[in-house]
Each structure stands twice: as structure tokens, then as C-alpha cells.
Design a protein around this ligand. Structure first.
Ligand code: AMP
Ligand code: ZN
Ligand code: ZN
Length: 402
């Protein structure tokens, strides 16, 4: 009897030792802003091509609606639709208090009250995983328990190689201080795509440039002998489509004397009518519906999952692909490319590539959804996900090694 008890205790000790000794995975989540799904097929990105051949690749990564930067980075990191994680646009109005959320204003973008979802770094840190972020929308929240252990204040001008060096420095920290989950963000394809359009030589140069950055990251991982132990995911938040000033509709002109608050512009316009003027405003926009759709909040097609939030205005105007809905203040759209459109459109799709010890090799799949990445990360790190998410591991879990 005594012998049996000792045997059981020894077994328990051995079991707990193996659990604590199981090495924690590493993962670097790289976002190349507005790297459209088909840019990989232009023959300009040999490094990403190699990752695509060797590891996991998806035909595309489906963004959430609206296909904009902040809503989608938050969808990726929380597993939720924008209406649920709260960042419904890059800039929007809380019509109840008159406060504005603006991605370029660090006071509002660091205010945790706007962020209703739980970011992966919060989930991970609570379960003993150190995290870091070399830029990611929503990574700089003012509350100490809502940001990664290590993070950087967004600096658009910071050279990409410097960002990679920062990531590598974190990986060189002593084991008890070293982050296991790290984000990295580069904007090149977004900036050039907006300015010159998705088919321009400048966008092609941006593709090449980001491919170099990918190569630099992988070679640095080689240098510190962590290439085989670190998982790397390359993804983008959305794609890009061609737009032109001629294809813009001035909504303020259509409204004429009907006064209301208009916010955002381009692919989507929030319309906050004056008291008692909702149907008049709507009817005027409906009568003139041309290259855009106007919806009452409750009419927005359910496939957008864009209604369940108090800050979505009572009326929204959604532009057709390649068209812009504008106001007097921004009378036409001066760029040649934009995104933010229907997230089912092919041009709005992004990329997803993954390589490393926890991903299958040479595995090529169809379109993945970006809301499923949060549960994927939880599975990879063997931690409990939040239950109130929109993502579903069943749609993506098969890309991990069994
Ligand atoms: P957009 O194309 O309007 O959806 O947004 C893209 C822009 O978002 C980039 O050009 C960056 O300037 C900006 N951006 C990206 N990440 C951050 C961040 N973490 N903080 C502030 N701005 C950011
Ligand atoms: Zn973006
Ligand atoms: Zn953009």
C-alpha cells in the first residue's frame, strides 16, 4: 500500500516536471498593412514566396467590415468583429458624449474605454506568457494590465530594420524576461497603395521593400539561432483597390439644406441626423442612391456584422467598391487607392503565411478569416481563450501540426 502511494507521488512529480519543462512556443506576428492577397503573385517577393512554399499559406485572409486598419488589427488581436471589440472605424464619434475616437490622437487611442475586447496579449499575460509589441493598433493603452509587457509608442518614421532590431533585442533578453509573443507592423504597401494605387510601380517597390524586411527578420532569427524555434506569421489587415476623384459622391451636396453630423469619409460615411429628421435624411439619400447604399442601422446587411454597437450612427452610407462618399470638407478623394469597402470583395482580401515549429509544412489552404487568429494563438500557446469572441478555431485549427 505504502509502496503504491510512493509510486503515485513519484508519477505526479514526474508529470508536473514535464508540464513545467515543456518549452513555451514563440511567435512573431508580422502585419504588412494593405498587402493585398495577390501581391504575392507578382514575382516581387522571393522571401515570402519561400515561406509560402515551405509553411502554411492561405489563398487570402478575409478582413472584417469595415476593411480599415484599426478595426482589423483589433479583430485580429481580439477575435471579434469591430462592433464587438468597439473600434468600429479609424475615427468615429461617441454621439452620447460628443467625444471622438481618432487613431492619430494618442489620448483617445490610448483610452481603454473604447476597447471592449480582450487583446491576445492580455489573455496571454494573465496566463504567464510575456508579450511585446513593436507597434500594433491598441497596444499602447494607458492601463498597465491592458498592454504588452514591452511596447513601443507608434512612430511612423521609424526605419523598418530598426523595428526588426527591436524585436530581436527582446528575443535576446534572459529567458525569464524574454517575450514569447511579439507583434511587428510595417505600413509601406498601405502608404504607396493609397498614394499611387495598387497597380503602380511605387506599390511594386513597396512589395519588394517589405519582402526585404521579411528577409531581414528571418536572417536575424538565424543569427541568434532561433529560426527553428520561433513561429512567424506574415499577414495583412486588408487589401487595396483603385479609386479616383471622378468616382466620388458628395453626400453633403445631396443632403442640401438637411443638416446632420457626418463623420469619416471614403468607403463609408456615418450620418447622425438632427432630432426628428431621421426619415427625411434617409429618404433624401435613398432617392439619390447611386454608387452607394444607404442603410438605417437595423438594415445593414447581417453579413457585415456591423450593427451591434451604440456608436454606429442611425444611418450609414456605404460606397460601392472603388467609389468614395465625401463631404464638403474633403471634396474629393485625392489618392489613387483605398480600402474600407465590403470585406467580401476580392480586392479587400489580405495575406496569411505562417512558418515555424508549430505550423504544418507545405500546407496550402483557401481563405482564412482574421477573427479566427485569436483562438489559433490561444491553441498554439495552450492557453484559455475568452469565450465571448466571434472567432472559431474550427475554421483555422487545421493549419497547426497535430
Ligand atoms: P488607414 O490606411 O487609414 O486604414 O490607416 C493606416 C495608417 O494607420 C498607417 O499609415 C499608420 O500611419 C496608421 N497606424 C498604423 N498603426 C498605428 C498605430 N499603432 N498607432 C497609430 N497609427 C497607426
Ligand atoms: Zn491597414
Ligand atoms: Zn490604408
Amino acid at each position: 500500500m505504502l509502496k503504491k502511494r510512493w509510486y503515485l507521488i513519484a508519477l505526479l512529480i514526474a508529470f508536473s516536471l514535464t508540464i513545467s519543462a515543456a518549452p513555451k512556443p514563440y511567435l512573431i506576428l508580422v502585419s504588412f498593412d494593405a498587402f493585398r492577397w495577390d501581391y504575392l503573385n507578382r514575382g516581387l517577393s522571393p522571401v515570402l514566396e519561400k515561406v509560402r512554399q515551405e509553411g502554411v499559406s492561405a489563398l487570402s485572409l478575409k478582413p472584417t467590415y469595415p476593411s480599415k486598419t484599426f478595426p482589423n488589427h483589433l479583430s485580429i488581436i481580439t477575435g471579434m468583429y469591430p462592433a464587438h471589440h468597439g473600434i468600429i472605424a479609424n475615427n468615429f464619434l461617441d454621439q452620447f458624449t460628443g467625444k471622438l475616437y481618432r487613431m492619430n490622437d494618442s489620448i483617445s487611442s490610448r483610452d481603454g474605454r473604447w476597447y471592449l475586447g480582450e487583446a491576445f496579449w492580455e489573455t496571454a499575460e494573465r496566463q504567464g506568457i510575456i508579450t511585446a509589441s513593436y507597434f500594433w493598433p491598441g497596444s499602447e493603452l494607458a492601463l498597465p494590465y491592458r498592454h504588452p509587457t514591452y511596447y513601443q509608442a507608434y512612430d511612423h518614421q521609424r526605419p523598418y530594420e530598426k523595428r526588426v532590431d527591436g524585436v530581436i533585442d527582446w528575443l535576446k533578453l534572459p529567458a525569464d524576461k524574454r517575450p514569447h509573443f511579439i507583434t511587428l507592423y510595417c505600413h509601406e504597401t498601405d502608404s504607396q497603395g493609397h498614394r499611387y494605387g495598387p497597380d503602380s510601380p511605387q506599390t511594386n517597390d513597396a512589395i519588394k521593400r517589405l519582402d526585404e524586411v521579411a528577409g531581414y527578420l528571418l536572417s536575424k532569427l538565424d543569427e541568434i539561432k532561433m529560426r527553428d524555434s520561433v513561429n512567424v506569421v506574415f499577414l495583412s489587415d486588408h487589401g487595396m483597390t483603385e479609386v479616383s476623384a471622378e468616382r466620388s459622391i458628395n453626400i453633403e451636396k445631396i443632403l442640401g439644406d438637411i443638416k446632420c453630423k457626418l463623420s469619416d469619409s471614403g468607403p463609408l460615411l456615418f450620418v447622425e441626423p438632427d432630432k426628428g429628421k431621421i426619415s427625411e435624411t434617409y429618404n433624401q439619400l435613398k432617392k439619390n442612391e447611386n454608387h452607394y447604399k444607404v442603410y438605417y442601422l437595423e438594415e445593414i446587411p447581417s453579413y457585415f456584422h456591423f450593427e451591434d454597437n451604440p456608436f454606429i450612427s442611425p444611418i450609414v452610407v456605404i460606397a460601392d467598391l472603388g467609389w468614395s462618399v465625401v463631404t464638403n470638407r474633403r471634396s474629393d478623394y485625392d489618392g489613387k487607392g483605398n480600402h474600407g469597402y465590403d470585406n467580401n470583395q476580392l480586392d479587400m482580401q489580405g495575406i496569411f503565411l505562417a512558418t515555424g515549429p508549430d505550423f504544418k509544412k507545405n500546407y496550402h489552404t483557401g481563405t482564412l478569416w482574421n477573427i479566427d487568429i485569436y483562438p489559433l494563438l490561444c491553441k498554439l500557446f495552450k492557453i484559455f481563450p475568452r469565450k465571448n469572441i466571434d472567432g472559431d478555431l474550427d475554421r483555422i485549427g487545421f493549419i497547426l501540426k497535430d
